[in-house]
Design a protein around this ligand. Sequence first.
Ligand SMILES: [Zn+2]
Length: 229
Amino acid sequence: MATLDSDISRDVISHQEHRGSGAIHVIMGPMFSGKSTSLLRRIKSEISIGKSVAMVKSSKDTRYAKDSVVTHDGIGFPCWALPDLMSFPDIFGHDAYAKLDVIGIDEAQFFGDLYEFCCKVADDDGKTVIVAGLDGDYLRRSFGAVLDIIPIADSVTKLNARCEVCGQKAFFTLRKTCDTKTELIGGADVYMPVCRKHYVNNQALIKPSKEVLDSDKARRESCWRQLLL
Ligand SMILES: [Zn+2]
């Protein structure tokens, strides 16, 4: 009994030592801005200094591979594809989770429990979490819970892409199709990065055109390409 008590108190002390010793770093920006590449670079840098790391991404994102984070330029890294984050310690194994120093999360906008998980990892468990995700959707609305974790983050990096029309810095993602679902997963076939000028100009064209096209389904497929060119 005495042993059990001392084990429990040692666990409690060990747990308390971890409290508040973690960190949260956020990498955000539009599509094609190098978020996954930047996340992988930081993860590899942690590995190079001997840290134990794990990568997680949403199981909704199966664009390139089911069990790896792959950047748009095709570089991959093994990861866990999960429907939510809070189940990660159970799936990964609690002993293995306890030994982790760093957790990388890609496509973080798809996780509804992002805020809760980041609090747990950094505040309670003393680990570093590096989060990469879209800050806004194709209508420039806040996407998922990525912006919610800014108040609890140590650092926030907003990356930019290059505008596909003019080559200037691009901060927004333009959808090329008529689909209005917020979570439409796709790559360069569906989305393109654009600067403010080309976002605003194309949205002005898309809005009135969409009302006409909604009543003419046969023409839907060809509409946006014509508008964007
Ligand atoms: Zn532009």
